[in-house]
Ligand binder design. Structure first.
Ligand SMILES: [Cu+2]
Length: 167
């Protein structure tokens, strides 16, 4: 009569001890924190070695810009600038336009009724003549060097200009 109870008790005790050992072994393993080792890497990126190549790259760009300015630059002269009977070169600010052989000058009408007519006032020499205009523009390309006076047929000696063409 006693032996079955004892066996049952022993079995129950051993089962309890076994389950306690298993649960204890399972719960102890996942406690270690493995994560914090990744944080010290963030301090490595800021050394000064990468910055010098960044500053050296913009240097070749400004050196390339002066080269594309050979022959065909646009020169413009305002006709009737500021509402007056004047030719005003937009580069010099005066009535004289200085260019090189092969350059083109464009006269832009901004006010009044005028012409750009080549020659000494007041007879045209036939190099160019826009005719009388009140708006729009007129262009002439200069194939040879020299100093070329021009005038407005409406205002005569009041309104003259010069194109100086350098070789
Ligand atoms: Cu005029």
């Amino acid at each position: 009569m006693r032996s079955p109870r004892f066996l049952l008790l022993a079995a129950a005790l051993s089962a309890a001890a076994l389950s306690a050992a298993i649960s204890c072994g399972k719960s102890s393993s996942p406690t270690e924190p493995v994560v914090p080792t990744a944080t010290p890497r963030a301090e490595t990126p800021p050394p000064g070695a990468t910055q010098p190549p960044a500053t050296s790259t913009p240097v070749p760009a400004p050196m390339a810009t002066p080269t594309p300015t050979p022959g065909s630059t646009a020169f413009s002269v305002q006709v009737g600038a500021g509402g007056g009977n004047v030719f005003r070169d937009m580069t010099s600010g005066s009535s004289t336009t200085t260019i090189h052989v092969g350059d083109k000058v464009t006269w832009n009408w901004v006010s009044g009724i005028h012409s750009t007519t080549s020659g000494n006032c007041c007879s045209g020499d036939g190099r160019w003549n826009s005719g009388t205009m009140s708006s729009g523009s007129f262009s002439h390309t200069f194939p040879s060097a020299g100093s070329f006076p021009y005038f407005c047929t409406v205002h005569g000696s009041m309104m003259t200009g010069t194109v100086v063409v350098n070789p």
